[in-house]
Design a protein around this ligand. Structure first.
Ligand SMILES: *[C@@H]1O[C@H](CO)[C@@H](O)[C@H](O)[C@H]1NC(C)=O
Ligand SMILES: *[C@@H]1O[C@H](CO)[C@@H](O)[C@H](O)[C@H]1NC(C)=O
Ligand SMILES: *[C@@H]1O[C@H](CO)[C@@H](O)[C@H](O)[C@H]1NC(C)=O
Ligand SMILES: *[C@@H]1O[C@H](CO)[C@@H](O)[C@H](O)[C@H]1NC(C)=O
Ligand SMILES: *[C@@H]1O[C@H](CO)[C@@H](O)[C@H](O)[C@H]1NC(C)=O
Ligand SMILES: *[C@@H]1O[C@H](CO)[C@@H](O)[C@H](O)[C@H]1NC(C)=O
Ligand SMILES: *[C@@H]1O[C@H](CO)[C@@H](O)[C@H](O)[C@H]1NC(C)=O
Ligand SMILES: *[C@@H]1O[C@H](CO)[C@@H](O)[C@H](O)[C@H]1NC(C)=O
Ligand SMILES: *[C@@H]1O[C@H](CO)[C@@H](O)[C@H](O)[C@H]1NC(C)=O
Ligand SMILES: CC(=O)N[C@H]1CO[C@H](CO)[C@@H](O)[C@@H]1O
Length: 658
């Protein structure tokens, strides 16, 4: 999505002069089945008939694959005829050359086939940059290690990798054969994503257009914020220009796009149903719940787009889903701001795929624009499960699991260590007395827990503007340990704001030297802790029930007996996991990584999909608590509840931080 788009408020609502004259026809000359999907000056044409796209965004890789059909059928029942989907390259190719099309969660062709079975067409948004509040906007971390790499520009290494990615998507992931021109559901392909808010290198976007054309023969489109400079930066000859944003954005396309090969029917490619959440004591959950004015403005915008304007639309998001594991993105706004694990988005289908009040209000507004009887009945929500509270016992510390070691005189970044996500531990043994403020590379990337001989000294985190320094006092033989957490790479940068462009600087861990009072420390042991697997062995009897857990990040282990299913559906095992005594950490259930928790909120519980839960059997739970020294309780407990709550708490590590 474009956060830039929502910064422009309602600029123009009265757009009486929707001038659609002077347009020329579609730029595409379709070879295979020319009539399958095309457009003229005013309208998309599906098999020759005018077609208004009533779309909604839903990304397969953010939804447990077992629930794809459930979510798609519900989108259809809301009145949608088309699904818009981003593809996350970093999930499909986690290691260079390792294409994961066999992994069910990344089998995106299967998702599109289900969409077709459910009566939906598809608009494909492959990026390769997709923004989306997703880790590095969808780029795999290994890209950063390719010499000369510069993303989103006319850069040979970048275009070479992009070429392979698009070809793999088309061929290895079988999306080419799912084009509407070959009888599949895919109508159009987006080129780049809101590129105009990032840059204006038209050579790059033309090259990317040509790369996509090598694999796809259906119409292409661009999608940019509804203002002059974003449209001017983003348009590409022979590619249909679309806008995103609210109703205010609609007139912009024909005001600022003049090349007739870029004109055609009007599409609002991202109409925001609401907004994502970011961690922080002062960030309340973004939702329309209880906000009748917001809901009614969405409803009247639906009329305005589909009625007054006869425009096509895609609701971003119709269902957000979840940034499971370490998959969330972040932004840089002179400090790091981090998207939560939940991508609920305040969307009409909530994070667990249940319909909300907004769903029914939007459905009612959409129905007058679709032929009678063609929309299925709205679904009934299934109940979610309760898991009674149970206690976990303390297991090994994170540091004890750090066994894979590299050493070097100077620190290496996480990526140079061959690691994409999670934590890296940097360890140095001091040779002579030294004290003073610590500097960790060029800046904390992102959250650094500082220990001396296993005792916590402080937290440096680029989320905090204050305090930025921690001082230490060390004797010869002391062990300085820095645990660096990658909180998610920046996924969005706009040339319209005053911030640094961290899309081109994605590195995590430590970049640069580590010094104390200006003296560089040389000689580091480095331990990548990506946590693809976590220890599930039992607990250390010695520390179980012990009043004094050490300061070290620690795994906790426990289990619960899964509830029985009702309605013969794993959705009745869906629940919200809460770690009431936890400060900050991560949760795994049956080895499935739910994601991060952090007491600051606004997210206070994690979605546990019923697909992960074994009914009537033992289910393993592992928690990594990063800050046991901040816990008020010595016991770690977990429960699952059918309802979630959102809320904020002060940050014990930085009470005054914003
Ligand atoms: C689009 O409009 C222009 C100008 O009115 C006209 O010349 C052209 O034939 C139209 N194209 C199509 C495909 O209808
Ligand atoms: C994809 O596969 C087709 C058919 O096997 C082949 O002709 C084409 O060159 C491949 N495309 C790319 C981009 O590799
Ligand atoms: C785009 O390509 C043209 C022709 O090769 C060249 O003159 C121009 O400098 C390029 N522009 C950018 C921004 O790379
Ligand atoms: C949209 O159309 C309706 C019905 O024709 C009309 O009453 C309303 O004023 C129009 N809204 C705008 C903003 O033009
Ligand atoms: C961010 O930092 C830059 C460089 O220090 C400064 O010019 C700019 O005003 C800052 N912006 C905000 C919103 O603080
Ligand atoms: C503690 O040790 C006993 C005996 O070795 C073992 O049976 C028990 O499972 C252990 N408890 C935990 C919580 O690991
Ligand atoms: C647990 O408590 C005992 C007695 O108070 C203490 O000797 C021991 O070191 C503690 N163990 C841990 C792991 O903290
Ligand atoms: C439960 O669902 C499964 C898979 O959908 C189906 O095979 C099975 O027959 C169902 N059982 C009952 C009792 O409805
Ligand atoms: C711990 O307890 C103190 C005193 O009751 C309270 O002020 C603080 O907020 C609590 N901290 C957490 C993380 O719950
Ligand atoms: C991350 C995000 O988009 N947060 C938004 C939540 O809603 C408030 C109020 O509408 C916005 O100010 C935030 O930007």
């Amino acid at each position: 999505m474009s956060l830039c788009s929502i910064y422009f408020s309602f600029l123009v609502l009265a757009c009486a002069a929707f001038a659609s004259s002077q347009l020329t026809g579609p730029s595409q000359t379709l070879s295979a089945s020319p009539a399958a999907f095309t457009y003229n000056n005013d309208s998309f044409l599906l098999k020759g008939e005018p077609y208004t796209i009533i779309g909604g965004q839903m990304d397969p890789q953010r939804i447990p694959y077992q629930y794809w059909r459930d979510r798609l059928s519900k989108a259809r029942a809301m009145g949608l005829n088309t699904i818009f989907s981003y593809i996350f390259w970093n999930n499909l190719e986690p290691n260079q050359g390792a294409w994961m099309s066999e992994d069910p969660q990344n089998e995106v062709a299967e998702y599109f086939k289900i969409a077709q079975e459910e009566g939906l067409y598809v608009v494909l948004r492959p990026g390769p940059y997709i923004c989306g509040e997703h880790e590095w906007g969808g780029f795999p971390a290994w890209l950063s290690e390719i010499p000369g790499m510069e993303v989103r520009t006319n850069n040979t290494p970048f275009l070479e990798e992009t070429k392979k990615y698009i070809a793999n998507l088309a061929n290895k992931s079988h999306l080419a054969e799912l084009q509407v021109s070959r009888g599949g559901p895919i109508l159009m392909v987006q080129v780049e994503n809101e590129y105009g808010s990032f840059g204006e290198n038209h050579n790059y976007t033309a090259a990317l257009r040509d790369i996509i054309r090598e694999s796809f023969d259906i119409p292409l489109y661009t999608n940019d914020g509804g203002v002059d400079w974003t449209l001017e930066g983003g348009h590409i000859p022979h590619v249909l220009a679309a806008v995103d944003g609210g109703s205010w954005a609609l007139p912009a396309r024909d005001l600022y796009i003049t090349d007739p090969t870029e004109l055609g029917p009007l599409l609002d490619g991202e109409y925001y149903t609401w907004a994502p959440d970011q961690w922080g004591s002062h960030n309340p959950h973004n939702t329309t719940v209880g906000n009748a004015d917001s809901v009614s403005s969405i409803v009247s915008d639906i009329d305005y787009h589909l009625g007054n304007y006869s425009a096509s639309i895609s609701f971003y998001m119709v269902h957000g889903g979840t940034n499971f594991g370490f998959q969330n993105g972040a932004m840089w706004q002179n400090r790091t701001t981090v998207f939560t694990t939940s991508y609920d988005y305040g969307a009409p289908l909530d994070e667990t795929g249940r319909t909300t009040d907004l769903y029914f209000k939007m459905r009612e507004a959409i129905l007058p624009y679709v032929p009678d009887g063609s929309v299925p009945d709205p679904p009934t929500n299934l109940p979610r499960a309760t898991v009674p509270q149970f206690e976990l016992c303390p297991s090994t510390s994170l540091f004890e699991t750090a066994t894979s070691r590299r050493n070097a005189a100077s620190p290496l970044t996480m990526e140079a260590l061959g690691q994409s996500y999670g934590f890296t531990l940097y360890e140095h043994t001091v040779v002579s007395t030294i004290e003073g403020p610590l500097a960790v590379g060029d800046r904390p990337r992102d959250r650094v827990l500082i220990y001396v001989n296993d005792r916590i000294q402080g937290v440096m985190d680029s989320q905090y503007q204050h305090p930025l320094t921690v001082s230490v006092s060390l004797q010869a033989g002391d062990k300085l340990q820095l645990l660096v957490e990658n909180l998610g790479r920046v996924d969005y940068y706009s040339r319209g704001n005053p911030y640094r462009n961290y899309l081109q600087d994605p590195w995590k861990g430590v970049k640069g030297d580590i010094s104390i009072d200006g003296s560089i420390l040389s000689g580091w042991n480095m331990y990548p802790l990506q946590l693809d697997s976590v220890p599930v062995q039992g607990c250390s009897n010695t520390s179980a029930g012990n009043k004094s857990l050490s300061d070290l990040p620690r795994f906790f282990h426990g289990s619960f007996i899964g509830p029985s299913t009702s309605h013969n559906s794993s959705m009745t095992l869906d629940t919200f996991i809460t770690v009431p005594n936890g400060i900050k950490g991560n949760v795994w259930v049956n080895k499935f990584h739910l994601g991060r928790y952090w007491l600051v909120g606004p997210q206070q519980s994690l979605y546990l999909p019923g697909t992960v839960v074994k009914p009537d059997e033992t289910n393993d739970v592992v928690i990594l608590e990063l800050e046991p020294w901040q816990m008020n309780s010595t016991s770690m407990v977990v429960y699952g509840s059918p309802e979630r709550f959102w809320g904020n708490n002060p940050d014990p590590d930085c009470l005054k931080c914003i």
